[in-house]
Design a protein around this ligand. Structure first.
Ligand code: SAJ
Length: 401
């Protein structure tokens, strides 16, 4: 079996490598020539524990290579980004471009699968595009949608062990796609149609967004009510059927903060809770920034001098170096813009240097700051001790006070 993976990013590269480890002859394609060269030299351009060793193994075994153009294969996988344009409309142009690239290589019996998170109807749209250009392939190739579900940092395990949903444009397409994924997925492969599989991916991330919004809403209610939100959630979760997530300073990353818009933009009248959740999670970052600015003003009034402020964490979630769509970064930027001569120390222990932020080691920042703002719950911060002599704004539950 020969497979071609279009896109060597956070999902495409690990999936291609795992397939190559499991009996598939894989060509990985990326339009970025640097990514191609670096991958062929056995080095990862993404951070993922354990993956570099696997890359070197499949390169040495000759079952994987990276190129800039597709090659004739038996199966083609589209694993490219689907960002959104202005007004939160999904942009499927990368999916379309990758499809156009593989189109000339398709032959009867081949499998074409989209993994990229996509609005409902994208797989059918791409099928139409393929058949418009290659009408002889109608009914002769297998087309399916199979979304990824992995958590960065634990990709190798989750790629092999998570259940997956596979939706073909017809039964035979689903069967062929299931056959391919069973090469390396130990989890169950659940058969459905393409539209359901597309909405399933969007539903998973929207569900988490809604649940986090609930926790964030509670945190703002608790502040008004003078109640410790961490304690409240812990107690409510003692109920056998209640499982509330943790509040934070908003929702970041390239999935949960993005995918719900693929539903709200297509179904604006119906998607009420999903739209509100997005608003609440975005507002939470704004709310946190306001709290920091107020604390700075209060400090100055009380002490007749500007405070030193430590902004603790820039990454979008704990213990990673990924700043994409990060609310911590947004809050830090806003505080820096309004600093009014105050001294702002920016901390991100998972990054050595940044081209915009001058970084300060976390212990030094904690020691020197008058106001400490915990934005991302990195493990390092949990080793710090509570200090009564500082104003501490704990948005991510380091001390749960
Ligand atoms: N967050 C909270 N409170 C919580 C949990 C998370 O505020 O209790 C915040 C995080 O700090 C972060 C954001 O939510 O800013 C998202 O983090 P995450 O760990 O929930 O998810 P991602 O974005 O890293 O990965 C998600 C996963 N989806 C689900 O859990 C439903 C992953 O399985 C998907 O593969 C991934 O999106 C994706 O690529 O779609």
């Amino acid at each position: 079996m020969k497979a071609c993976f279009m896109g060597l990013g956070y999902i495409g590269l690990p999936t291609a490598i795992i397939a190559a480890k499991n009996g598939v002859d894989v060509t990985g394609v990326d339009i970025n020539s640097k990514v191609v060269a670096q991958t062929n030299s056995g080095q990862l351009h993404i951070v993922e524990p354990g993956l570099e060793k696997l890359l070197q193994e499949v390169l040495n075994a000759g079952t994987f290579r990276a190129t800039s153009h597709p090659v004739e294969s038996d199966a083609y996988f589209i694993v490219v980004p689907t960002p959104f344009k202005g007004n939160h409309q999904p942009d499927i142009s990368y999916v379309e471009n990758a499809t156009r690239m593989v189109m000339p290589y398709l032959k009867p019996g081949d499998l074409y699968v989209i993994e990229s998170t996509s609005p409902v109807g994208t797989t059918e749209k791409m099928a139409e595009l393929i058949f418009a250009n290659r009408p002889e392939l109608k009914g002769a190739i297998h087309i399916a949608y199979c979304p990824e579900r992995v958590l960065p940092g634990n990709v190798i395990y989750e790629l092999m062990n998570n259940d997956r949903v596979i939706g073909g444009i017809d039964e035979e397409s689903s069967t062929h796609a299931i056959e391919f994924y069973s090469h390396f997925v130990k989890g169950q492969l659940h058969r459905t149609n393409a539209r359901t599989a597309e909405l399933c991916k969007l539903t998973e991330n929207s569900s988490r967004d809604v649940q986090i919004a609930f926790a964030n809403e509670l945190s703002m209610i608790c502040e008004q009510a003078g109640i410790n939100v961490w304690n409240l959630i812990e107690l409510a979760n003692k109920h056998p059927r209640v499982n509330i997530l943790q509040p934070g300073c908003g929702v970041g990353g390239h999935c949960i903060a993005v995918d719900p818009y693929f539903i709200t933009s297509a179904y604006p009248k119906e998607a009420k809770i999903i739209a509100s959740a997005r608003e609440i999670n975005n507002y939470k970052a704004q709310w946190c920034a306001e709290r920091v600015k107020n604390a700075m003003l209060e400090f100055e009034l009380k002490n007749s001098r500007k405070p030193v402020v430590a902004m603790m964490g820039l990454a979008f979630k704990p213990n990673i170096d990924d700043l994409r769509e990060s609310p911590s970064k947004r809050i830090t930027t806003e505080v820096l813009q309004s600093k009014n001569n105050a001294d702002i120390l920016v901390v991100e222990p998972n990054i050595k240097e940044h081209n915009v932020f001058k970084l300060t080691p976390y212990k030094e920042a904690y020691e020197n700051a008058d106001i400490v703002v915990f934005l991302t719950a990195h493990n390092e911060f949990k080793s710090l001790e509570w200090r009564d002599d500082k104003v501490i704004l704990d948005f991510c539950g380091i001390f749960k006070k």
